[in-house]
Write a protein that binds this ligand. Structure first.
Ligand SMILES: Nc1ncnc2c1ncn2[C@@H]1O[C@H](COP(=O)(O)OP(=O)(O)OP(=O)(O)O)[C@@H](O)[C@H]1O
Length: 524
């Protein structure tokens, strides 16, 4: 998806575009209004006082209309920019979420990149439009004063396009480089702030501060490079502006000396004054263009994957899982090869294997988070999806909000139901009666790692899905709590696949678990 002029038009209401255009055209007369009104002066010599008064009133009205249009145009443009900023940030959020982009990249997009697009694209597009309209109006005015000299002035003004044609690509590349280095700043600054405990523990303050400082340095250097290149282009542009004045004068002088096309010095003078507006507008246009070009690559946003955003009905009830000749590679690293497995509804599987063997990868295959490079994974003959399973991961994520918010995730559950489930996982006894309104967030340490994990388990138990995937869920729990939690989860009637290193055999036997091992890129 590209954020371009077409996108802007699509995202703004028609009435707003129409009003902006009207005020843009009316305001566009600013450059020539003085010339038009002053041009009337010779006709005022010796006229009656009534005519003079009429002239004053007319001039006042014209100035009033032009300046009011200018202000209204700016107010409407600001309103349009607000609409565009909101649309852009929403699109960015949907794109980064649906493409499962890394968080730092997504955060960089909605903060830094969005601000840059607003500043160097949306606001400048408005300026480009006003300047272009003003340039057209001034051009028409100049052409009707003296068509030949008018054409010469406009043609010379067009020369100022040349520097931009050379700078365009490089400016676009630098914009993209700047965005990448911004993401790096987010990473290193994230390490610096989130890794506090480990940094302090190993006396690594100097190293980590150097890392974040270096990435800030590099980021600012790229920005400076881009700004310098913009200035260089603008300097070349200014040099062409000199040419855009001197060139037509030279040709004009030649016409004057040789008495050609009835060009006189005074005609040349008045043309220069009017043409100045054309030249200046062209110069501003090029200046804006060079800044806009810096955002070219930033304005390419990965298309939204609508399939991910559509709410998925979980219609599975007694689902069988089938894997047919599945192969999974991460680059050159092969994890599974020719893996075929049938897991009927209600199976209870304990998946074992050394660290890095592919246990999480297997659970992710069934959750649809990892796609096989070859072969198929089918749940009830259809492709797997996260909405079909309950996946409890090693590192649980809790959301900013209350415990009630974290359990219900917007669905309707009564407090009684929620309290019952919290009671089961042992949280009511630990966190008190007013537990549902307790505010938590991912970084606040007002609940422990084990409590977080039990909260996530309670959230899963509230929803009876037919496939439960457990990835080292009790790593943060003590033995007593681990067993209690497992007893609760194991009572779920559906399929359970658990990856864990140590589990009490008696418990496994009680719930009919079979052990499966990962060996030679297969599961036995
Ligand atoms: N997205 C990925 N890109 C590249 N390599 C990956 C990716 N995910 C996992 N791997 C690699 O695949 C291998 C299997 O990883 P996986 O997490 O499935 O192992 P595991 O058996 O769950 O390990 P552990 O018991 O340590 O959690 C590892 O070597 C890991 O580095």
């Amino acid at each position: 998806m590209r954020i371009n002029f077409k996108w802007i038009v699509k995202n703004l209401p028609g009435w707003l575009i129409l009003l902006i255009l009207i005020f843009l055209i009316a305001g566009g007369f600013e450059g020539v209004v003085n010339g038009i009104i002053l041009g009337q002066f010779p006709n005022l010599v010796g006229v009656s006082s009534n005519k003079l008064l009429l002239f004053l009133i007319q001039s006042t009205i014209i100035f009033f209309i032009v300046y009011t249009a200018l202000v209204l145009k700016n107010i409407l443009l600001n309103y349009a920019r607000k609409i565009l900023r909101i649309s852009l940030k929403k699109k960015m959020l949907l794109s980064s979420f649906s493409n499962h982009q890394e968080p730092e990249k997504g955060l960089n997009q909605i903060s830094n990149v969005a601000a840059k697009i607003d500043e160097n694209y949306f606001s400048l597009i408005a300026e480009i439009l006003s300047t272009a309209v003003a340039a057209v109006i001034s051009t028409i005015y100049v052409l009707q004063v003296n068509i030949l000299m008018g054409i010469i002035f406009v043609a010379f003004s067009c020369l100022s396009l040349i520097p931009m044609l050379f700078g365009k690509k490089k400016l676009g590349r630098l914009g993209e480089e700047w965005s990448r280095s911004n993401t790096k700043v987010m990473h290193t600054a994230g390490d610096w702030l989130r890794g506090f405990r480990d940094i302090m523990q190993y006396n690594a303050q100097k190293l980590f501060f150097k890392r974040v400082s270096t990435s800030i340095d590099q980021n600012e250097t790229i920005l400076l490079k881009q700004e310098n290149l913009q200035w260089l282009v603008q300097y070349a542009n200014l040099l062409f502006t000199i040419l855009a004045l001197i060139g037509p004068w030279a040709i004009g002088f030649y016409f004057v000396i040789n008495n050609l096309f009835s060009v006189t010095i005074s005609a040349l003078l008045s043309l220069t004054l009017s043409a100045n507006s054309v030249v200046q507008n062209f110069r501003i246009l090029m200046q804006c263009w060079s800044e806009v070009t810096g955002t070219t690559n930033l304005r390419k946003i990965k298309s939204i994957n609508q399939r991910v955003l559509d709410l998925q009905e979980n219609s599975l009830s007694h689902s069988n899982i089938e894997l047919e000749n599945v192969e999974v590679n991460y680059n050159e690293h092969q994890i599974y090869q020719n893996l075929s497995l049938n897991i009927p509804y209600g199976s209870k599987i304990l998946l074992q294997g050394p660290s890095g063997a592919g246990k999480s990868t297997f659970l992710n295959l069934i959750a649809g988070m990892v796609k096989p490079n070859k072969g198929k994974v089918l749940i009830d003959k259809r492709k797997p999806s996260l909405a079909d399973v309950t996946y409890i991961a090693q590192t649980p994520w809790i959301f900013e909000g209350t415990i009630r918010d974290n359990l219900s995730l917007g669905e309707n559950y009564s407090d009684k139901e929620l309290m019952k489930i919290l009671e089961k996982v042992g949280l009511v006894a630990e966190l008190g009666e007013n537990i549902l309104n307790k505010e938590i967030n991912p970084t606040r340490e007002n609940i422990s790692g084990g409590q977080k994990q039990r909260l996530i388990i309670a959230r899963a138990l509230l929803r009876n899905k037919s496939i439960v995937l457990l990835d080292e869920i009790t790593a943060a729990l003590d033995d007593k709590n681990s067993e209690k939690i497992r007893e609760l989860i194991y009572q779920v009637p559906g399929t359970i696949i658990e990856s864990a290193h140590h589990i009490n055999d008696a418990l496994l036997d009680k719930y009919g678990f079979v052990k499966k091992k990962i060996e030679n890129q297969k599961i036995f």
